[in-house]
Design a protein around this ligand. Sequence first.
Ligand code: PLP
Length: 391
Amino acid sequence: MESLKEKDSRFILNTYGERELAFERGEGVYLWDVKGKRYLDFLSGIGVNILGYAHPRIIETIQRQASKLTHTSNLYLIPNQIKLAEKLVRNSFPGKCFFCNSGAEAVEASLKFARKRGKGRFEVISLENSFHGRTYGALSLTGQTKYQKNFVPLLPGIKYTPINDFEKLKSKVTPQTCAIIIEPIQGEGGVNPCEERFLKAVREFTKEKDILLIFDEVQCGMGRTGRLFAYQHFGVEPDVLVLAKGLGGGLPIGAMVVREEIADTFQPGDHASTFGGNPLSTAVACEVVDILTSGNFLEKVREKAVFLWELLEKLRGNMEGKIKKIKGIGFMVGIEISGSAKKVRRKCEENGLLVGTAGENVVRLLPPLIVEKTHIEEAVKIIEESMKEVL
Ligand code: PLP
């Protein structure tokens, strides 16, 4: 009989490379593969499953909404969509929302928004090593040639500048600049946080020059850092906030929140999405926002993240220089190693732990926000064992 892997290579386009594991079910912070082996998940489906698996409130919401209505189109008012927009705006800044189905789509929306508002100004400045998605606009904004090289020519008018270098960024600005897009913490590019003084300087400058400041929080938003939005760590508010991943608690959804004063930029016909903000994904996203913002949920995330960082720093001390640096904020963590991150990832998988990578030598951790201290101890122990085996 043909194995799953053989069938995969026969019928699925080979865009993801070698894939070994297939999962059957999940519960809490654990996943079980088709052979019955259990894994502790410290990657959350690349930052999506922030409430883990089979969360009772998410199951209940999906079942309840699916039995009533999943899609109507945006020709009609969608009550759950309006409810979600109100929740996002009340927890961020006065503004309005547009909904779509993924991170790249949300970035696309922000790019169109920026250019329309630019009224002819069309240049956008993005950061080197950034990642904004794979569609043409988002790919053009992505400051990594490895993703772009086979797809030129890209969108004109995009410039890249190094992270945390305000003077260089300023030197790239021209009278044609309409927007600057920044991940407050770069994810795919290696888990690199922006410095507060950099973001503050960019904010002040963009206000002065009437340039739109877009924060791509697709990966670092939705509680990942211990605050609902990453920008809240820096005391710097963007004009446009781009969200996806964790927002849907496992269902596909993307969102763009724009500041009240500029919300009229988009008019009927400027942008649309058939599936965007449908009754099902927005019902679940409402539940996700409610869970994240109620009680001391985020405070606990911050507390547990401190515990994770303590253990990782201790591990760094025990690894004889093989761990160079722990970087990130909260539960968005990069472990920079001297050696192959992919090898560590594979070994962790063998040892029952799912982790990610960001570039050649950064092991990336994006655990579900519901992990407990015992899971953190278990994960760090497996990371230690695995690193000792392969580094
Ligand atoms: N922006 C950031 C910061 C991301 O990390 C990603 C995906 O990893 C995207 C955009 C693209 O999101 P999607 O894969 O949902 O299109």
